[in-house]
Design a protein around this ligand. Structure first.
Ligand SMILES: Nc1ncnc2c1ncn2[C@@H]1O[C@H](COP(=O)(O)OP(=O)(O)OP(=O)(O)O)[C@@H](O)[C@H]1O
Length: 515
């Protein structure tokens, strides 16, 4: 075996009382893709940030290509040949791709013409073609992700860390990213890929390491490992106990039982009639959409990113006012209602961009759980924090949020745990009639995905309507009574989810190749 591109020995890192990493040993070979797996809060991002110089480890040592390595900052890590693509995007939306890259490349003294040559080379070598003149805010999420990767590669790193890059991508974009990772490894670079998706691990990893509670819980070369072994190390229980959707995802049998059967017999709780909306650039986002969601049913919306799904959720949440058409919740016309009024009327919304739209990083977990509902805990004008924290404690336990307690700041939770908090809040909306959930399982570990799917089923079984917008077709098929496909601002379908060909039919509608 050659000298490892990266070697970690006994790395430990705490945040106050939270031991995020304990005694982590890791060896990444050059020319390989090394996947890091683990439940939400297992320490994956912390590990990447330690290697990238954003965090200093409390214990342990690192070597890079055999040389002692202790970066004091990301700039120092970059100078040593390490690059990182973070979970959250860092591009400036009001600037073009080239402007963003030149800003990053300042330290490299890149000139505009030289940048174009470099971009052409990266496009050829790593399947990363991007339009330098495109305005970032107008680009779909998958294209922005590519720009983030290009930005990281401009320094020609020997080691590149990708922290959950595929969470926001659709299947076609994931295929492209996998090709990029393989091309990077073929060029001799070491790629560290954090992911929750075991299908990707099976396709792309040469080696894998599982973190659990900040410790290495398993891993090795993929030629000597199976996906069910990795899953067991990750969740700490046998794969046979996973539910059917997830077991299928890891290629295992399950005794998790059949899907519950439900009938859509209730009244319409959420209704859209002739809803039209346009984007900032004047293009049509929703072209007269009509949809009914009934009490007790789960309706799914699939679609390739950029076909109107995000705008549909924005219209439902009250973030965007439609140009024409109506939206009703139960008997109430909520077309012009504010987000807060919608919450009071019983609409729960889990937006796609939770980080920006659904949480306040500086506030505590408790405050985030009861945002807009603090009146419940007021007594004679004063906030009864003890009662609020106790109620938060119940939700934290119910949703297995990994945190020291309800007073912890929301921003210090791991990405997946932040998401669980938003779900917990919206599912516990008072007088809930309908829940709208955009990409509800994005960024969650497989145990948490199973939990969320069961919560959504439970929400419908309790007599609420549920509308799920997701790019995860197997999850939609396992969950929904009816599925529509969002295509160029219209809803196509519904697709009969009981039909054996449902998945194929959805794929055809998504890509516009349906007869
Ligand atoms: N800046 C911080 N301050 C306090 N605690 C932190 C901070 N960053 C991370 N943590 C804690 O360290 C632990 C590990 O978090 P980390 O983000 O590394 O997990 P992760 O495996 O990347 O999770 P996810 O899959 O949800 O993104 C968590 O308990 C998290 O709350």
């Amino acid at each position: 075996m050659s000298t490892p591109a990266l070697q970690l020995t006994g790395i430990g890192k705490s945040f106050g009382d939270v031991l995020a990493l304990r005694g982590v040993d890791l060896s990444v070979q050059p020319g390989t893709v090394h996947c890091i797996l683990g439940e939400n809060g297992a320490g994956k991002s912390t590990l990447c940030n330690v290697v990238y110089g954003g965090l200093r480890p409390d214990t342990g040592t690192m070597t890079l290509a055999g040389r002692r390595y202790a970066p004091g900052s990301p700039a120092a890590a970059m100078a040593d040949g390490v690059a990182m693509v973070h979970q959250h995007f860092s591009l400036i939306g009001t600037m073009t791709v080239a402007e963003n890259l030149l800003l990053t490349g300042r330290g490299l003294r890149l000139r505009r013409a030289e940048l174009r040559t470099r971009l052409d080379r990266l496009a050829d070598d790593y399947h990363l073609r991007i339009d330098p003149d495109a305005l970032v805010s107008a680009m779909p999420i998958g294209a922005r992700q590519k720009v983030e990767i290009v930005k990281a590669l401009l320094t020609d790193p020997a080691l590149i860390l990708l922290d959950e890059p595929t969470g926001v991508l659709d299947p076609g974009e994931i295929d492209a990213l996998i090709e990029t990772c393989q091309a990077l490894a073929a060029a001799g670079k070491a790629v560290v890929l954090v992911t929750h998706k075991l299908g990707e691990v099976a396709r792309v990893a040469d080696a894998a390491t599982v973190l659990r509670g900040g410790e290495v819980a398993g891993g090795g070369r993929m030629s000597e490992l199976t996906i069910p072994q990795l899953t067991t190390a990750m969740v700490g229980r046998p794969v046979s106990e996973l539910g059917p959707v997830l077991a299928a995802g890891v290629g295992a049998e399950s005794d998790g039982g059949a899907m519950p059967e439900r009938r859509a017999t209730g009244p319409v709780v959420l209704g859209l009639r002739g809803v039209r909306a346009t984007r900032a650039d004047g293009s049509v986002a929703l072209s007269g959409v009509g949809l009914d969601v009934r009490a007790g049913e789960i309706v799914g919306i699939a679609g390739v990113e950029g076909n109107g799904q995000s705008e549909l959720v924005a219209v439902l949440s009250g973030a965007t006012r439609p140009e024409s058409g109506t939206v009703t919740l139960g008997d109430a016309d909520i077309t012009s209602a504010s987000p807060a009024q919608r919450t009071r009327l019983g609409l729960g919304v889990v937006p796609e961009d939770r980080h920006r739209e659904a949480m306040v990083a500086e506030l505590s977990l408790s405050e985030n759980l009861f945002l807009g509902r603090l009146h419940r805990f007021r007594r004679m004008g004063l906030l009864d924090r003890r009662r609020m924290d106790a109620a938060a404690g119940d939700l934290i336990e119910q949703f297995s949020v990994r945190t020291p307690g309800p007073g912890t700041s929301m921003g210090s939770l791991s990405g997946g745990n932040q998401q669980k908090v938003v779900l917990a809040r919206e599912l516990s909306t008072e007088n809930l009639q309908c829940l709208v959930a955009a990409q509800p399982t994005r960024g969650l570990d497989i145990g948490a995905v199973e939990f969320v799917l069961n919560q959504l089923r439970g929400c419908a079984s309790a007599g609420n309507g549920v509308l799920v917008v997701s790019s995860e077709i197997p999850e939609l098929l396992a969950l929904c009574d009816r599925i529509f496909v969002s295509y160029r601002g219209a809803l196509l379908g519904p697709v009969d989810t009981a039909a054996a060909t449902a998945g194929q039919r959805i794929g055809e509608l998504m890509t516009g190749t349906a007869a």
